[in-house]
Design a protein around this ligand. Structure first.
Ligand SMILES: C[S@@+](CC[C@H](N)C(=O)[O-])C[C@H]1O[C@@H](n2cnc3c(N)ncnc32)[C@H](O)[C@@H]1O
Length: 272
């Protein structure tokens, strides 16, 4: 089975993962050893969660968002905290061939993107090419295999109903999203000071008001799991929903809300 990951429409993405990626972005930028008033690049900026968090926390002198999806960039330009900010610009582009000159920025960040890039090492080489000497290069990805409980629960439910879904399981598809592969990617990238590289978890609580608040965003068609779900029959979709409802029962509180943890792995390094 092949399913293409779709990234086009900002509104359903926001309801699905965007609302959580904002929380991760805020925590991640807080953990960075950056300074105010310097030049930032956000690769795979999507609807602008990380760009907005960087502006709020670090007041960059400039911040450029690059993403292949014009639909997501349109949402980023309108995002509260970004709209009307002269220092923020957005251009269509690919992480593997950044439309940015050498040594042009002081900080390169990329949130929840690397696993979607066909050649992650080429992307990291681009990050180090465009960062100035001494620049900070940092990224994070969901821990699909384990700690991102919302997606882990979904793929486990899907595979138990439809064995073909297991080959689309992001925990299996994205082996880069573990500490050691991330460390290797950073340490092996040209110009990186290997001693500066650290990998650490950035975790948030994902709290859903009820089961529908967890399930309905999976029907929005943006991202791997919703794209898969749009490709199956109604009966399969309903069986996955019912299986997922059973499996989140232990995490359901007396008011019906469902609390899960979501972990990303962040990798951070400096150029020599
Ligand atoms: C899960 S979203 C993350 C968006 C945003 N950074 C955030 O934290 O909400 C993944 C993003 O990666 C982008 N993307 C996919 N392939 C890419 C590539 N080759 N180069 C750059 N961005 C890419 C998608 O368009 C999408 O915006």
């Amino acid at each position: 089975m092949t399913v293409t990951d779709r990234w086009q429409d900002g509104a359903p993405y926001e309801r699905y993962v965007g609302r959580w990626s904002r929380l991760v972005a805020e925590r991640f930028v807080d953990s960075l050893d950056a300074e105010r008033g310097i030049r930032w690049l956000d690769v795979g900026c999507g609807t602008g969660a990380l760009t907005a968090a960087a502006i709020e926390r670090w007041s960059p002198s400039s911040i450029l968002g690059v993403d292949p999806s014009e639909g997501f960039l349109a949402a980023a330009r309108e995002r509260p905290g970004i709209a009307g900010r002269a220092e923020a610009r957005f251009v269509v582009g690919d992480a593997q061939h950044l439309p940015v000159p050498d040594d042009a920025v002081d900080v390169v960040v990329s949130g929840l993107v690397l696993n979607f890039v066909p050649d992650a090492a080429a992307a990291v080489a681009e990050f180090t090419r465009v960062a100035a000497p001494g620049g900070l290069v940092a990224a994070y990805v969901w821990d699909y295999a384990d700690g991102m409980r919302m997606l882990r629960t979904f793929w486990d439910a899907a595979a138990s109903v439809d064995p073909a879904a297991s080959e689309l399981d992001e925990g299996r598809r994205f082996p880069t999203c573990r500490p050691e592969p991330l460390r290797e990617l950073w340490s092996g990238s040209p110009g990186m000071d290997a001693d500066s590289v650290r990998v650490e978890p950035v975790e948030i609580d994902t709290v859903f008001s009820d089961f529908d608040d967890l399930w309905a965003p999976f029907l929005g068609g943006q991202g791997p799991a919703p794209t898969y779900l749009a490709s199956v029959t109604d009966a399969t979709r309903e069986a996955i929903r019912d299986r997922m409802r059973q499996s989140v029962a232990p995490a359901t509180r007396s008011d019906g809300s469902i609390a899960m943890r979501a972990r990303t792995w962040a990798v951070i390094g400096r150029l020599g």
